[in-house]
Design a protein around this ligand. Sequence first.
Ligand SMILES: Nc1ncnc2c1ncn2[C@@H]1O[C@H](COP(=O)(O)OP(=O)(O)OP(=O)(O)O)[C@@H](O)[C@H]1O
Ligand SMILES: [Mg+2]
Length: 506
Amino acid sequence: MSVFLQMQDITKQFPGVLANDKVNFEVEKGEVHALLGENGAGKSTLMNILYGLYQPTSGSIFYKGQKVEITSPKAAIDLGIGMVHQHFMLIPALSVVENVILGMKPERGSVLDLESAAKKIVDLGKKYNMDIDPWAKVWQLSVGQQQRLEIIKALYRGADLLILDEPTAVLTPQEVEELINIMRQLTSEGHTVIFISHKLNEVMAVSQRVTVLRMGKSVATVNTKDTNKEELARLMVGRDVFLRMDKKPCNPKEIVLKMEGVECLNNKGLKALKNLSLEVKAGEVLAIAGVDGNGQSELVEAITGLRQVTDGQVVINGKDMTNKTPREILEEKVAHIPEDRHKRGLVMNMSIKENMMLMNYYKEPFSKGITLDWNYIETHSEELVEQFNVKTPNIEVKAKNLSGGNQQKVILGREIDREPNLLIAMHPTRGLDIGAMEYVHRRIIDERDRGAAVLLVSTELDEVLSLSDRIAVLYEGEIMGVVENDDKVNIEELGLMMAGSKRLAS
Ligand SMILES: Nc1ncnc2c1ncn2[C@@H]1O[C@H](COP(=O)(O)OP(=O)(O)OP(=O)(O)O)[C@@H](O)[C@H]1O
Ligand SMILES: [Mg+2]
């Protein structure tokens, strides 16, 4: 019997980067096949070739027993290949149903029938346990909902091979569980799934086989039941990786951020933060734990001047900064690692070096008077690229041509390097491989030890527990309780607070 999908000797040369180097990749029908590798190893490139977005420099693809030329995503869709990208490709101003049928030809003799498309979407949603309102506008959806929409869109178009490029990076633990169930259901019905993830627990839980890429080459394909996380990490990175973080006890000083009775609205006009008060001191990491969508985004936007505060006060460095402009707030030495690197973090059409100076270009040493000091800017960006291990041929490369994880490293480098008084780190290691995660955790703790106040927002309990000194649980826009992160921290209690069923007496 022939292999379901066979990618043979695939090479992809970008200017200055050999992204895929004679990669061999085989997938059987009905399996979940995980694709692993460090940031920049070539995973998305290989999948973009399979989806017809890129043409390989050389190599061949065999699919369902035939040699195929996949010259466009449309050709891929016609073959039954669907892809959910690392960065979603939805149009925010349109509704769910409009996004699904966008670009599809209406059936012969009929105009596009929104009603029946909407019904089909609801049916698909029911079948796979995905709750989705076909008439909602995409900008109103949470990230998890947008992702379910991308999956429904692919299934609607008849995909039987589904490529999921880091789908879980943006999901809450509960949504990850749900997605794993969806993958299991899909494969039990005969669909095939290619699953990219940096999270080895998930890979171990859901895949039957794993292929590892390293520096553009396929280094191994193993059966999941015959391997373990340590071996996979070693195959990926080429060395042992330590995921435990050693840190000194914290030494908190003066209050840097104080929020008092803060309220604001979400995008739907409903109350997102309710009478919220918290403090972060210099030299400590306060983590906001909680299920995504409980006000985390609004909290960070309220501090950084990106969202109107309707009541209460935001005080930074002792100054009332409520509803000041983002620029005025930055001037208080506030650094912000945003949740959405495309919208707020990077200018995709600018080079790495331009992105690196984005926050500081008007100040010394980046400029003198009204002229930019390019020498300084260039040496400085090269240093950051080196420190944060951004994989790129040079600093002139545009942000959009970096791999997902390497884009995140550019933002981290720029923000951490500003020696902030207040570092707001929202999902700082999303999309990072395990080696890069190790480094970024270290740098965040170094900032704390230098005396920065760190506000960490993360839905990864592991990350919260390994980095923070205190943990505040956010539920439906309210702080349910704040606990010290010490030996006595009770994980069950945290879980209950995250679910809103328990409030600590404070
Ligand atoms: N359009 C492009 N132009 C130039 N270089 C590119 C382009 N797309 C990707 N690259 C480069 O190819 C290499 C592989 O990138 P790719 O996106 O495939 O990595 P990845 O394994 O998906 O990494 P990550 O885990 O960070 O998402 C990287 O060095 C990247 O900078
Ligand atoms: Mg990628």
